[in-house]
Ligand binder design. Structure first.
Ligand SMILES: *[C@@H]1O[C@H](CO)[C@@H](O)[C@H](O)[C@H]1NC(C)=O
Ligand SMILES: *[C@@H]1O[C@H](CO)[C@@H](O)[C@H](O)[C@H]1NC(C)=O
Ligand SMILES: *[C@@H]1O[C@H](CO)[C@@H](O)[C@H](O)[C@H]1NC(C)=O
Ligand SMILES: *[C@@H]1O[C@H](CO)[C@@H](O)[C@H](O)[C@H]1NC(C)=O
Length: 691
């Protein structure tokens, strides 16, 4: 084998090449001489350099493999030892014994459809002419099949069942004398012991190398045929053992060789090694020297040929499909890229940790699906989500935002708001910015907003202690924003719907800082005024400037709505609008302020706390900013550290709905008022407050 490599390596060398050619010629001559010198035997452990009479598809491959068919339909292949053998005893003219052994392999053609078989044959000529492929195995034709003048003895390894020749099945071994109708046959198999009880089936077309022994006893006239997988030793018991008088069949000089044929289905037939002997036992083949069979894939040239033809047709289609898919992929990629595109500017890098990727938010909210829509806030939809990596539940607020103006300041503010930490503030986790869109990411609040539990006819209401806890919590949060953080933060939109509830019904103030977005004159696609009517301090319309006092005014409205279960302004069925502050004031004047309480509470409430909250609500709702308490005072009152100041007669005057209306209208002839008393239609509102 090393020699082979050497040959390959050096084959470029012309001197070596010439030397090799002469050496091979010499070797062939020696081999031929060796075969003929004994006159009665030969052995080919592989056929490299062997001179055989090849016909049809018969060819010796470079590795020494003898191939009889070339993967073509209706093909015949012959390979005969070039010289004849003397089969008869020269003196007695009696038939001599002979023996042969060979290794063959049959590869089926396309999709395991069997081609025809292969046969070892003893013939009067080393050139069989006028023979047919297919079922005639390249040995006979329609007219001479069965003719005694053929003088042909063959052992067929047949892979197709032909009824005309009485084949037993499509995978059998048979002994043929002048005819394809076997005188003896058996399914391809081998015995495991001499008793003949145990055997194993073989498939002739499985592409595995198999060994055949044909032994003829000239005296006893018994022809034995034995089959086994190549690596197996020769089974003791032959597959076929038949008494055949060959004396009238075999002529004095006969040739030995192989014939193979394909039919409608192509296939390939190989012989790997072959030994033969007349009047003696055929030499054992040296299995280790036999050439190896091609791998099945490479071997299936039929398939390959078909595939090649198929490819010529298919390739353009395949290329087209591939390009088509690729372009779809690219379009999809571009779309995805566009879909998830964000706007990131240099200055934003400093807010890094607060920035979320749009892709994450998109995944978290399942593509902002309607199922995940929690509600439509004043600024845009709010979606529930779960961050893909951390599994953290979030609420994502989408705000359409066309203007880049003020964005930098706003994002800076978001980043700073993100640093606000209070147990009664909804935690802002971060943001994401895209073209025309801003997304704010908050902690998810499972119990949604307080509004749901107190107004109209709620499915479920909150009891007084829950409400009082929420009130105190929100007060603490506002105090934190106004006084306890490093800078004053004004909420601007305090109301029940902006108070969210966590799993334990703790109130958390949300949406702070958003009203500011309006203030900056950004182009929000909404026609809302800043803040919410009924919660807006009267001075706001005049000054346009939010202060801590205006937040306190909003908190007053919030106190009243939580205690009374009513909105600051409600339109009665009679068409008369009911201003909550006035309504509570009426009860106060009549000395029965507790009657203003939310009837849904029933009798389970603390009268003391209720009165405190109602009165505090009124005080916070004072029209004059200076008359309102600070959030610190509010908290102190709620915690019972400081007594509630009395509400004076002056206040009664001021709180009187009609007189207040007059007063304000007098003050603000420009009608820049947004208070409850002068609740205008939207078109009356100054444009600067509407976007
Ligand atoms: C036989 O096979 C060889 C190599 O596989 C190829 O070059 C040749 O054309 C084939 N001959 C026929 C008749 O198909
Ligand atoms: C069959 O083969 C024989 C020779 O073996 C030949 O004489 C005869 O013409 C062939 N018949 C046909 C139909 O080819
Ligand atoms: C061999 O194959 C035949 C059918 O072809 C089946 O009846 C028999 O059982 C098989 N024997 C073994 C040992 O597999
Ligand atoms: C074999 O056949 C030949 C001629 O056909 C005949 O002379 C001979 O007796 C036969 N031998 C046996 C053992 O039958």
């Amino acid at each position: 084998m090393d020699w082979v490599n050497e040959e390959r390596r050096r084959s470029q060398d012309p001197i070596f090449h010439r030397f090799l050619a002469s050496f091979l010629l010499l070797a062939t001559q020696i081999a031929a001489a060796a075969a003929s010198s004994s006159g009665s035997s030969f052995v080919f452990n592989g056929f490299r350099g062997a001179s055989l009479s090849l016909n049809g598809g018969g060819t010796i491959e470079s590795n020494g493999l003898l191939r009889l068919t070339n993967f073509t339909k209706n093909e015949v292949g012959h390979a005969f030892f070039p010289n004849p053998f003397v089969f008869l005893n020269s003196s007695s003219s009696e038939l001599l014994s002979f023996s042969t052994s060979f290794v063959f392999a049959i590869f089926p053609g396309y999709e395991d459809i069997s081609s025809h078989g292969i046969a070892f044959a003893i013939t009067p000529s080393n050139k069989l002419t006028d023979v047919l492929p297919s079922q005639h195995l390249g040995l006979f034709n329609f007219t001479n099949n069965g003719d005694p003048s053929n003088h042909i003895v063959a052992v067929e390894l047949d892979t197709i069942q032909n009824r005309e020749f009485e084949d037993i099945n499509d995978n059998h071994v048979g002994i043929d004398v002048n005819s394809l109708t076997s005188i003896s046959s058996a399914p391809a198999s081998f015995y495991l012991d001499s008793s003949g009880l145990q055997y194993e089936n073989l498939s002739l077309i499985n592409g595995e190398p198999m060994r055949v022994w044909v032994d003829y006893d000239g005296k006893g006239m018994v022809l034995n045929v034995t089959l086994a997988p190549m690596i197996n030793p020769k089974p003791e018991r032959p597959l076929l053992s038949s008494k055949v008088n060959l004396s009238s069949v075999v002529l004095n000089n006969m040739y030995v060789g192989f014939a193979a044929a394909t039919g409608a289905a192509a296939g390939s037939h190989y012989v790997l090694g072959w030994s033969f002997s007349v009047n003696g036992k055929a030499e054992e083949l040296n299995l280790s020297q036999l050439p190896s069979l091609p791998t099945k894939e490479a071997e299936d040239t039929t398939t390959e040929k078909k595939t090649t033809q198929l490819w010529i047709i298919l390739l353009p289609i395949v290329i087209f499909i591939v390009l088509f898919i690729a372009s779809i992929g690219i379009v999809h990629l571009i779309k995805t890229k566009k879909k998830f595109a964000e706007v990131v500017e240099d200055w934003e890098t400093e807010y890094g940790p607060h920035r979320f990727s749009y892709k994450d938010l998109y995944r978290a909210t399942e593509g902002f699906s309607d199922e995940n829509l929690l509600g439509n806030g004043g600024f845009g939809g709010v979606y529930k989500g779960r961050l893909p990596k951390s599994k953290l539940e979030i609420a994502v607020k989408r705000i359409s935002h066309d203007s880049r103006q003020g964005m930098k300041e706003f994002v800076a503010e978001i980043a700073s708001i993100g640093r606000l930490r209070h147990r009664n503030l909804v935690q802002l986790l971060g943001y994401c910015r895209r073209r025309g869109e801003l997304l704010l990411v908050y902690d998810y609040m499972p119990n949604s907003s307080l509004e749901k539990y107190i107004f109209d006819r709620p499915e479920k209401t909150l009891n007084w202690s829950q409400r009082f806890k929420i009130i105190r919590g929100i007060a603490a949060a506002l105090l934190y924003l106004h006084e306890e953080w490093e800078q004053v933060v004004i909420h601007r939109d305090i109301k029940a719907s902006n108070v969210l509830l966590d799993a334990e019904f703790n109130g958390k103030l949300g949406d702070f800082g958003l009203a500011r977005l309006h203030d900056r004159g950004s182009n929000l696609q909404t026609t809302r005024v800043v803040g919410t009517l009924g919660y807006l301090a009267p001075e706001l319309s005049r000054t346009g400037k939010s202060t801590t006092s205006s937040d306190v005014f909003g908190f007053g409205a919030f106190l009243l709505e939580v205690a009374c279960g009513k909105r600051p302004i409600e339109l009665k069925t009679s068409g008369i609008e009911m201003v909550l502050v006035d309504w509570v004031m009426d009860f106060l004047r009549e000395g029965e302020i507790l009657e203003a309480r939310d009837r849904k509470l029933g009798t389970v409430y603390s009268a003391e706390e209720m009165e405190l909250v109602l009165r505090l609500g009124l005080i916070c709702s004072h029209p004059a900013p200076s008359a309102r308490p600070s959030m610190r005072q509010v908290v102190q009152v709620l915690e019972g550290e400081v007594a509630l100041p009395d509400i004076s007669e002056d206040d009664f005057y001021v709180f009187d709905s009609s007189s207040r209306r007059n007063k304000i209208l007098m003050d603000e002839s420009s009608s820049n008022s947004c208070t409850a008393a002068s609740y205008p239609s939207l078109s009356d509102l100054p444009l600067s407050r509407i976007n």
